[in-house]
Design a protein around this ligand. Sequence first.
Ligand SMILES: Nc1ncnc2c1ncn2[C@@H]1O[C@H](COP(=O)(O)OP(=O)(O)O)[C@@H](O)[C@H]1O
Ligand SMILES: [Mg+2]
Length: 268
Amino acid sequence: MSQAQQAAGIRFDHVGVTYANGFVGLDDITLRIDSGEMVAVVGLSGAGKSTLVRTINGLVPISSGQITVGGVGLKDLRGKGLRTVRSEVGMIFQSFNLAKRTTVINNVLMGRLYHTPAWRTLLAAWKRDDVELAMQALERVEIVHKAYANASELSGGQQQRVAIARSLAQRPRVILADEPTASLDPPTSHVVMRDLQRINAELGITVVVNLHFLDLARRYGQRVIGLRGGRLVFDGPGADADAGVFESIYGRSLTAEDMLPGHQQAAV
Ligand SMILES: Nc1ncnc2c1ncn2[C@@H]1O[C@H](COP(=O)(O)OP(=O)(O)O)[C@@H](O)[C@H]1O
Ligand SMILES: [Mg+2]
């Protein structure tokens, strides 16, 4: 691996997160995610998946250890330094978080906010290049025909694809997705996961995606990270995440409810 690739990666060194109420959200996490990897994070509800991804863009501050993103240490980073890291890290949520009362293209242009002076955004005086970039991002998730529709008119799957386009317009090096398919039906979940997979493969953007279903994680994560009680209990190729691994992550054996509906037959 080249030095540049290493520099663009994400490193956790003995990272701990203790919330204000004393709850330990992450406990001594050490891992390295190289630039261009696609990693799925799995675990029970409360295992620390959201906490983990939110530390990567500084949304959750770390209490101990260090995280570096592109060689920049996040602990105690604030102001301009933190904004720079955030500009390189796109974020996608379960609930899409679109501005519903405006158009799709306006939502995607919000991804350019990090790179645009405030007066331009206040006047909505977007540069042609920004509009072009936003359109390209919509093309990449195959929803450019909806550019001038109101965001509220879109289905859940379409809204999530707009959210992906918005993060792409940011020109990120990393995309963090926190259970991006949790509000979607199974076929749409696959569409969104395939979008993320394509973005990872074609643009070389590092993707870290939290998933509730292990079968989705195995299918789309070249690498699966398992969390339990804030600790790392598995880190390996999706293909190695067998029934024994499942038990170590979930503390019990696998049932049909652990699979994305319609995929009960998939072998784990
Ligand atoms: N702001 C907070 N204050 C206190 N505890 C929190 C806070 N945010 C999350 N937690 C707790 O940390 C644990 C891990 O949460 P989270 O990272 O959201 O897990 P997951 O995404 O895997 O469901 C949970 O037990 C949750 O209740
Ligand atoms: Mg969560």
